[in-house]
Design a protein around this ligand. Sequence first.
Ligand code: ADP
Ligand code: MG
Length: 693
Amino acid sequence: MRPAILFPLFKPVTALPGLGPRLGKLVEKLAGAHVVDLLWHLPCGVVDRRFSPKIAQAPHGRIATLTVRIDSHAPPVNPRHPYKIRCTDETGVLELVYFHIRGDWLSKQIPAGTTMVVSGKVEWFNDTAQITHPDAVVPVDSKEELELVEPVYPMTAGLPAKTLRKAVRAALGDVPKLDEWQDPAWLARRQWPTWAEALTRAHTPEDEGDLAATAPIRCRLAYDELLANQLALMLVRASQRRLSGRVTQGDGNLRRAALAALPFSLTGSQAASLEDIYADMAAERRMLRLLQGDVGSGKTVVALMAMLNAVEAGAQAALMAPTEILARQHAESLEPLCKAAGVEIGLLTGRDKGKARQAVLDRLASGELPLLVGTHALFQEDVAFKDLALAVIDEQHRFGVHQRLQLSAKGRAVDVLVMTATPIPRTLTLTAYGDMDVSRLTEKPAGRKPVQTVTIALDRLEEVVGGIQRKVAEGARVYWVCPLVDESEQSDLAAATERHAFLRASFGDRVGLVHGKMRGPDKDAVMAAFAAGSLDVLVATTVIEVGVNVPEATVMVIEHAERFGLAQLHQLRGRVGRGEKPSSCLLLFDSNLTETARARLKTLRDTEDGFVIAEEDLRLRGAGEVLGTRQSGLPGFRLADLAVHGDLLAVARDDARLVVERDPDLASPRGQALRTLLYLFERDAAAKTLRSG
Ligand code: ADP
Ligand code: MG
């Protein structure tokens, strides 16, 4: 349970002064529902009001705080004109200017004849200094009330900045005194302040330097968050390890037969990954392993070998793909190898209904069917295995952690192998999959040809079409990927349909169209026609992105390449360069590109190494974008910015690992403080894996 000392921080934001239900909603949208969320809502700017010149010395356009006498009020003659208040000091005249304001209120707030301190941006018109809508006007004897250095927060429409500042200040007042959870030696070395001090200072910046992500106070806060993240992952993993696994170790018979049927030998990294996997499967504990390998690096064969290992041991194995097309393709490509090994492989997708489906289910339940490939349909309740020992999940980023657990719940102590073609940067692998062991396929299978990548402005479309016509005449098969228009599939579809019609004008009826809104069998029919060569050009929305294998396709055209993520472009490009012939990829871009977009396309042109591309993508776009926080089921970081604090993540991982090794129940004094840290960052689930203490 959340420790009582944190209760004040988990009150609703409406418990803070000035936040009623209406403004509370806005704050909730902006920062989050709880007081603690406001603490994580750090300023993005700072206004310095410490400059206090005489009127004559106040420069145009600068924020200043001036002490002035209020001489007279000049209400507007016409309501559209501003209300003006004339002020002076011994050097000149300053006018305070107000639009749409009640004069009687102003004359009470700023009575003539008094001395006031006013603060705001000074502007000169002819010989008069003006401040329009001053940020503050206070009587000279209560000048201490004035905040001379003011934090500026990311805002949302309708929420007054002052209200937010006041609420944050109150939230800071609720910060309890917590025991230090960081290692004292590490803190001393980095010269970081305590958490409470770091937080307070982060919200009361003195200058721009305090706002930098690299500032010590910000680093401290980021590190707290990273440590909570890593510690949570380690604890969950440790608790999973405590669950008993099963020993799965085949005699190698089936694997030998399948290997002998392969027209190639395994690459070094395929063999090495399999060593990892076999060792995991043979161990008492559960396997939770991520197989990372670029598009075309040959993950499927690795999956098959692992699955056959399970079958050799008398159990069953399942492979889950994110789409219907992929599931079918896997089933088809594995079929001959399974046949060679004398093992049957079944297919189960959402499209299978009625008797056929029931037959598969029956044979799964009886154990007659040892191997199954499928889609999400594998999760359905009536799908039961006799003895599922291994679940392989392809293209993980499409599935959430939750689904991963669902599938592994279909058997007794199921080993899980997750395969991803998204080469995630190392730093992100840690946050996203910190609970998994990782194997990487780093070599491309022998005989792969590089893909020649060129970038071309979209206004040269006619030339591109001409070039493609020549290629098609030479027998090339071409993917033509249409732009992402917006979030809605409708408009993506419209763009694809339009392009399909346009290309038909040049290529006749040997142009197919495939998109996400099509019914499954129709989609398959078009893909099959393209694979068989009865279509030369396949116009597609991004449904072809993942995994589709047509080795004869040698040209990839991507329209409005600047709208895609780098990883996605890399995936798409990976659809070509799979066969004997040299391949090319044409990235068509809009001519008014931003610098970043330009840099991203250049990266893609310069390298085919998915890991390099991923690192570059991270650098250019930031972590949230790269992973697509929602898709990956990742909690976004509030304080840490992995592009800046990436090195701290590795330290946090080592730190967390050491803690879990030495103090697995977090029972020591530091351990107790770390529990509080977990709750502070809402890693409650991880904290709950701990034995009480
Ligand atoms: P991905 O990692 O993208 O899933 P696949 O498993 O689909 O890649 O493999 C891509 C292609 O490479 C397939 O046609 C597969 O048969 C072939 N392949 C896999 N391993 C090797 C290898 N060691 N040598 C040569 N070709 C291989
Ligand atoms: Mg694949």
